[in-house]
Ligand binder design. Structure first.
Ligand code: URA
Length: 213
């Protein structure tokens, strides 16, 4: 723990007790890195969104993250930039992360269930989720977060396969394929309704505690 504070996430201890460094880029699953995986899937045409997207939005962040945030799908700005949560909701998300002592590239990995923008930001179709969710499942295997947080009702119900109101998903820890999962408000909902921010802050205080070493 002390060594982690001193040396960061890249110091590992071998079976013989010796310490060694591993570059973040070298974190692999089944012999490939997250970047390799991005390159492998970024030309995906498994569903119709492949034809309308500007960019495939793989995900960003720390491959060693303890916290993985999952949104529903890229919006217009994310599609243009190829990065999740870069629009106004993303700016608010960055502020929330700062408030829990995290940054987009330090301790957090951010992705969406669907990697390509649905036209007019409609909800992802079940057939699109079916094709795309395996990519998210594989990203989780690379990152091995302590906690997954679904941002918003659509991401929550898509991962949980339960169509229940957000208020019944919040404040409960679910299991997503072996990883604890919580659901909180989508930052866009907080922008539309700032009155929800106090409850969201309660959620993020829990999240901060849950992922702390
Ligand atoms: N909303 C999402 O769910 N994901 C993004 O990447 C941007 C907005």
């Amino acid at each position: 723990m002390q060594q982690r504070e001193l040396f960061g996430d890249r110091l590992y201890t071998g079976f013989d007790g010796s310490n060694f460094f591993v570059d973040k880029e070298e974190i692999t699953y089944q012999g490939i890195t997250l970047d390799d995986f991005d390159k492998e899937i970024c030309h995906c045409q498994k569903c119709q969104l492949g034809k309308t997207r500007a960019n495939f939005v793989f995900g960003v962040g720390d491959p060693n993250a303890s916290l993985m945030l999952v949104g529903e799908a890229p919006g217009e700005q994310e599609d243009m930039k190829g990065e999740p949560f870069v629009g106004p909701a993303g700016k608010l998300l960055d502020k929330i992360l700062t408030a829990i002592d995290k940054k987009r590239d330090k301790g957090v990995y951010i992705a969406n269930v669907i990697k390509c923008r649905p036209p007019n930001n409609r909800d992802p179709l079940p057939s699109e989720v079916e094709k795309c969710e395996p990519y998210l499942i594989r990203q989780i295997k690379f990152v091995k977060p302590k906690l997954i947080v679904a941002l918003g009702r659509v991401a929550g119900k898509t991962l949980l396969k339960q169509d229940i109101p957000l208020k019944h998903m919040r404040s409960k820890t679910f299991d997503y394929r072996g990883t604890p999962l919580r659901v909180t408000y989508h930052p866009a909902a907080l922008l539309r309704n700032p009155g929800l921010k106090a409850a969201a802050w309660e959620d993020f205080k829990f999240i901060r505690e849950f992922v702390s070493d």
